[in-house]
Structures are given as structure tokens and as C-alpha cells.
Design a protein around this ligand. Structure first.
Ligand SMILES: [Zn+2]
Length: 730
């Protein structure tokens, strides 16, 4: 999952920082935990047992596949009676035994004997058990991370030529089977017997009253909230891999996509992957005098992909020409075919692509439904998606709608229309408002001289931190916990997960030193490392290490990145560039909000129609995309009835992730607004305070950090201000 998203993100070029806070996140690979840990259950080993499951767990919906209880009601009653007989009546006996029984398998042995041996009846024993589990959790995570880091060292760090084996080592992950092993050893059951499992609804209802220790207990137990049989995990991952492969091959050779009268408007050799490259091409075409005709062609092409009226022969095939308006396909003239054209492509034919796109979504759905009964606290894929973000669907949906219904949408559209000097069209959904980056040649010279090596950057970290507002003592302390390595890639931050280890900052150093772009990324990564260090070394419970989700760590890293020029002694960009950055963030958020809403509705439709065919799913998706367009976009962009909102490849490769991008924008604006304009010393203190809040609920984190829960107000207010500041004579 994470790899898919990271891969997608890498395709996103020309990202404006805050607009794609999350994308940057994934691209910089700053965290190995939040998304994957929150969203997916830990893998469980394949076992040969007959299917299974779950003792009577009331939250499993009636529609879920029926499965036989693995532990009999009598065995559960027997275990409870034996515990009461030995320890006396305790409120939590029933809960603990039920939690164990829900995931116990026949091969695990005697339930009652296990419970009697492992129950912690008094507070002192339970405190000791909690402390032991918290300590061992830190050791397991921390050492696994170090082993993985060592295995990938030569692939990630620029150590010179690589052996063939390095590629194999990158796929080795010692943490893959940890949860499964902890079930097999029954350590997981000792936790489930003694600490409470919670649903997202429980945490939202009661979380504000939890003590920090109770939050840590919640995080401990939730590691073991599901025990999915290995073959079902495997099926889900196969569905994901198939979808990834499909998307990876979904390219269009643009020289062969014809405009009116057979016009070839795109250069030979241009091969664009859907949807990222198509969207980026569309954005780039605003700078092109022939751009509008190209953009209309791309929009039509996208529509054909969503509705699957695209001819199968034109996908990744430069040997045929295609007019997406008439849908006519012809053999390309030999002189126009690229030298590197693949040999094994279909001959010219107008036969449409079968509903493959939707078959792949159905495969995700079927795999998820098979897992549902093994995940008692979040029994549907929708539940698990929102559980991952730790915001209930109703809240997320309300935020999406607030963005879409805001009258600011029409105001920003008006500004775009003025810039373009023509009525807006559906593809203006992707109009880039942010000013293009200024020439960096002068800054390149500064950073190359200042940072000829990774070591030179490492030596400057205490000064950077002092200039950001951390006290000299804090700056020294933080710098001692960060190791800087020369990176093969653009740069990333890797946390430590065990006290005693260091966070790693990977930064790219060219032969002539660090370019400004590399420096800008390094400052961003340093922000991650500082958050990671505070939330490991200075937190009260290591079980709460981190942030509520990936959007938060990106928001914090952005606070550093936004100050990168000041740290070189240059003024921070201001004026119209900053105003346009805000408008661009709003327009981009509004764009993804519609696609996210379509996807959520489609997944509800799937659960309501579990036997749907791919064709029925296609029709439902297209209908939903059109409905959302007509309601929220057609009034300002026209194009009634277009299905463009269904174009996101994420919906095929990583379903139900899109809404997280919207949350990312909102969270980044809230955190930024809270710290904007603070003096340096306050910035340093506040950064440390919020970084030590750890992995509590997003709303609680935001309330404790800024005084308000997660919401749309910061982004909308900033957008309003940006519109009000519009120069009289642009
Ligand atoms: Zn990042």
C-alpha cells in the first residue's frame, strides 16, 4: 500500500509544497509507520485450519459471510468461571476472555488454562505487565527497523557501486511476521486478556477522558485487534499487485492521440501514464499557445478511460492512431511510429477495453469482504479506511462537502477566468494557480558552497535549529540524535523506534555539493527528524510515539521547509507568490475532494450490491462521478455530465485513500496557521510541545495543539484572505 502511494507520488512533478503535503510525504518516505500501521492489519501466517472464526462478536454485520465460531460458547463460559473462581469477580474478566476468544484458534490449545495463567488480577501486576509490554514493543520495533535499515543501506545511501544482491535485500523486511509470531507465541493473547480493545467510536466518545497511560494501553491492544488468515492477506495483496501492474502499464503514446482533422499536437515519444502524467501534461499546457486544443483532447481521453469506452488497442500502443472524440482507430503510418515502439501490440481496432478497471476494484472488494469477519472492531473496508485516519466517515464527508459547497470556489474560479480570459472548461479543474518557482541558480551557488558534503550539513544542524528558535541546549541535544547520510534518492527522513538509536536524515549531495532543491528537501526532512526525536526520546509512553497520521508529520516538516530561505539569510517569499500558493492549495483540495467523495459513495454502493458485476460497478461509478460533478463543479466549470472525477488511479490501486489527501491539506493549514507569525522562541517551544503529544486521536491532537479540532476553517479563512488581498491591477 505504502509503496503504491509512494510510487504515485513520485509521478507528481512540480508539486507545490503545501498543496501536496501528503504527496511530498510519501515521496520523501519520511515515515514507515503511520499509514501502514493504522490502515492495515498485521499479516498473519497461512495456516491449514478450516475457516474459522470469531466467537460471537456483536459488531459483525449481518451481511458479512457466515463463519462458524472457533471457540464454543461453553468454552468461553468455562474460562470466565475459572477466572472468577480463582481471582474473584472482576469487571474486566468477561471483556478480556471475549477479546481472546474472538481470535483464538483450536490449535492455540486450552482457552481456560491460558486465561487462568495469564490474567493480571491486581493493579500492581497489571502495571508491571504493561511496562514489560511497552518495553518489549519498543525493542522489537526498534531493532526490526535497524535490521531493515541495514539491509537497505547500500540501496538507500550513496556508498558507490552496488552488488546484484542489494535489490534482493531491499525486499527483506524482518517486521513482516511480527504480529503473527506474537499470536503464535500467545503474547498477543496476554495483551488481549488484560487490556481493552476499542473501536473508533469508543475512542471518539471517551478519548478526551483517557489518561496518557490509557491511551498507551489502547495503542498496545489495537496492535492485536485482528488476526487475518495468511491466505486472505495474500489474496488482498495479490489484488493490490494486479491493480498496480495494470496502472503501471496504462500509458498513452500522445503523438498518436489525434486532434480534429487528424492533427498530431504532441511530440513523438511522449508516453504518459494515467492519470498522473496526463494531469501534469494538462497543467503544463497552460504555458503553450496550442495548449487549449491539447487540453480538450486530454480531457476527452480521460473521460474515455473512466467510462471504459477507450479502445483496447490504443493503450500503451504507438502503432495505432486514435481520435478520442470520434473514437476512430487506424494503423499509424510507419514514419510516425517511434523507434522504441513495443513489438507485441494489438492491431488497429475500435473494440473497447473490457471493464478491466472495474474488475480490479471488484477484486479489492472481494478480498476485503473475505477479511471483514476477521476484523471485529472494523468489520468493513470502509470502516478500516476511516479507522486508519481515525476520523469517522461522517466527519470526513462533512469536511469534503464544506470545501465543495464553499462559495469561495466560485470566487477562485472567477480569478482563474480573469487570468485565462475565456470561460472555464472542465479541465480547468487542474489549473495551476501557484507561481512557478523562481530561478534557483543563485541559491544553488550558495548551498553548494555551504554544503559540499553530508557531513557539512550535519555540522550546521545545531545552528539551523538555533536560528529556527530552539534553545542552544535543545539544538545540541537534537543534533546529537540525528545522523546525516548521503542519499541516492532525493532525500528522506527515517525515524528511530528505540531509544539508543538515532533518526537518519538522507540528503542528496551532487559532485559539486548540495543543490538548492536538495537543501530545500533536507530542511523538510530535518523537520521530520526533529518531530521523530521529540516523540521518541521525550514522550511519556513509547507506545504513543509518532503523530496521529501521516498528514500531521508532513504539516510539521513543512513548517521547517517554509523557513529554508530565511535559514540562508534570504527573505521568505511573500506577496503574490504566497497568496497564489494559498489559492492553489484551496483549488487543489477542492479538486481532490470531489474524487474522494465519488469513491466513498462507490464503496457504499459496493457493500449494498455485493454481487455486482464489473459492468454494473462501471455504470454506478460513472453515474456517481457525473452526479457529484453536476452538483459541485458544473456550476463553475461547465461540462455537465462529465465523468472526469473518476480518473484518479488511486481508486484502482489503493482504494479509499484519496480522502486522506484532503485531510492533509486541512491539517497542514491548521498547524501552519497556529505557528504562523510566532516569534522564534515560541516557535521552538511550541514545536516541541506539539511533537510530544504523540499518537492520540487527530481531533484531540489538534485541540491540544491549536485549541480546535480538525476542520476546514483554517484553509477557508486563508483562502478568503488571499482573495481579499488580490492586487487591484494584477
Ligand atoms: Zn515529508
Amino acid at each position: 500500500m505504502q509503496h503504491t502511494i509512494a510510487a504515485s507520488a513520485r509521478d507528481t512533478t512540480g508539486a507545490v509544497r503545501i498543496l501536496v503535503a501528503l504527496v511530498v510525504a510519501a515521496a520523501c518516505g519520511s515515515t514507515t509507520t503511520p499509514v501502514s500501521e493504522l490502515r492495515t492489519q498485521a499479516p498473519a501466517a497461512a495456516d491449514g485450519e478450516s475457516p474459522p472464526v470469531v466467537a460471537p462478536v456483536p459488531t459483525v454485520p449481518a451481511a458479512a459471510p457466515v463463519v462458524a465460531p472457533r471457540v464454543t460458547v461453553a468454552a468461553i463460559a468455562d474460562a470466565k468461571a475459572k477466572l472468577v473462581a480463582k481471582y474473584g469477580a472482576h469487571d474486566d474478566i468477561s471483556r478480556g476472555v471475549d477479546q481472546v476468544a474472538a481470535l483464538w484458534r483450536a490449535s492455540d490449545g486450552d482457552l481456560a488454562a491460558f486465561c487462568v495463567a495469564q490474567y493480571a488480577a491486581d493493579a500492581k501486576t497489571r502495571d508491571a505487565l504493561f511496562a514489560r509490554m511497552e518495553a518489549i514493543d519498543e525493542q522489537i520495533r526498534g531493532h526490526d527497523l535497524e535490521i531493515g535499515r541495514a539491509a537497505r543501506w547500500n540501496s538507500e545511501v550513496d556508498t558507490g557501486p552496488m552488488l546484484a544482491v542489494e535489490e534482493l535485500l531491499t525486499t527483506y523486511d524482518p517486521s513482516t511476521h511480527v504480529i503473527d509470531d506474537l499470536f503464535t507465541s500467545k503474547v498477543a493473547f496476554a495483551v488481549l486478556l488484560n487490556f481493552p480493545l476499542t473501536t473508533l467510536a469508543d475512542r471518539i466518545r471517551e478519548g478526551a477522558r483517557y489518561s496518557r497511560r490509557e491511551w498507551a494501553e489502547v495503542r498496545l491492544a489495537s496492535k492485536f485487534e485482528a488476526r487475518v488468515p495468511g491466505e486472505l492477506e495474500q489474496a488482498a495483496s495479490t489484488a493490490g499487485a494486479n491493480a498496480d501492474r495494470y496502472i503501471a502499464g496504462y500509458n498513452l503514446w500522445m503523438h498518436h492521440v489525434l486532434g480534429e482533422g487528424g492533427a498530431r499536437r504532441f511530440p513523438s515519444g511522449k508516453r504518459l501514464i494515467s492519470h498522473w502524467n496526463l494531469r501534469d501534461e494538462l497543467k503544463a499546457n497552460y504555458a503553450d499557445k496550442d495548449g487549449l486544443a491539447k487540453q480538450r483532447t486530454i480531457a476527452k481521453l480521460m473521460e474515455r478511460i473512466v467510462t471504459q469506452t477507450i479502445p483496447a488497442a490504443v493503450i500503451d500502443n504507438p502503432t495505432v492512431d486514435w481520435d478520442p472524440v470520434t473514437n476512430k482507430v487506424t494503423a499509424a503510418p510507419a514514419a510516425e511510429i517511434e523507434a522504441d515502439a513495443p513489438k507485441d501490440r494489438l492491431p488497429a481496432s475500435e473494440t473497447r477495453e473490457p471493464d478491466r478497471r472495474f474488475e480490479l476494484v471488484l477484486a479489492h472488494f472481494h478480498a476485503a469482504r473475505a477479511i471483514d469477519p476477521y476484523s471485529p472492531v472494523a468489520p468493513t473496508y470502509l470502516d478500516r479506511a476511516f479507522e486508519g485516519a481515525e476520523l469517522p466517515e461522517a466527519r470526513v464527508r462533512a469536511m469534503l462537502v464544506e470545501i465543495l459547497e464553499s462559495p469561495l470556489g466560485a470566487d477562485v474560479a472567477q480569478e482563474i477566468q480573469t487570468k485565462l480570459g475565456r470561460p472555464l472548461e472542465p479541465h480547468d479543474l487542474w489549473f495551476p494557480l501557484a507561481a512557478p518557482a523562481t530561478a534557483e541558480a543563485e541559491l544553488d551557488a550558495v548551498t553548494r558552497k555551504k554544503y559540499p558534503s553530508a557531513d557539512a550539513f550535519a555540522k550546521d544542524i545545531p545552528r539551523i535549529l538555533r536560528d529556527l528558535g530552539f534553545s542552544p541546549a535543545r539544538a545540541t541535544y537534537l543534533a546529537e540524535h540525528i545522523q546525516v547520510d548521503p542519499s541516492r534518492g532525493a532525500g528522506h527522513a527515517m525515524e528511530a523506534e528505540r531509544r539508543g538509536d538515532k533518526a537518519h536524515l538522507r540528503t542528496r549531495i551532487e559532485a559539486h555539493g548540495m543543490d538548492y532543491k536538495g537543501y530545500n528537501i533536507a530542511v523538510h526532512e530535518l523537520g521530520h527528524n526533529i518531530e521523530q526525536t521529540f516523540s521518541l526520546y521525550d514522550i511519556d509512553h513509547t507506545l504513543l510515539q509518532g503523530v496521529p497520521n501521516i498528514a500531521f508529520t508532513e504539516a510539521l516538516a513543512f513548517l521547517f521547509q517554509a523557513r529554508d530561505r530565511e535559514l540562508l539569510g534570504r527573505p521568505r517569499p511573500h506577496g503574490d507568490a504566497d497568496r497564489l500558493r494559498v489559492l492553489d492549495a484551496f483549488w487543489g483540495t477542492r479538486e481532490i475532494a470531489g474524487s474522494a467523495l465519488v469513491e466513498i459513495d462507490v464503496w457504499h454502493w459496493l457493500y449494498d450490491h455485493p454481487n455486482a458485476t464489473a459492468t454494473q460497478l462501471r455504470d454506478a461509478t460513472v453515474e456517481t462521478a457525473r452526479k457529484v460533478w453536476d452538483q459541485y463543479y458544473a456550476p463553475i466549470l461547465g461540462g455537465k455530465g462529465t465523468a472526469l472525477l473518476g480518473i484518479y488511479s488511486h481508486t484502482i490501486a489503493s482504494p479509499l485513500y484519496l480522502f486522506n489527501y484532503v485531510l492533509g491539506h486541512l491539517i497542514a493549514f491548521q498547524v501552519e496557521q497556529h505557528l504562523a507569525g510566532k516569534d522564534k522562541a515560541t516557535f521552538g517551544k511550541e514545536f516541541e510541545r506539539v511533537a510530544r503529544l504523540g499518537r492520540i486521536l487527530p481531533d484531540l491532537w489538534m485541540e491540544q495543539a491549536t485549541g480546535k479540532p480538525v476542520g476546514t476553517a483554517s484553509l477557508l479563512e486563508a483562502t478568503k484572505r488571499a482573495l481579499d488581498q488580490r492586487p487591484a491591477h494584477p
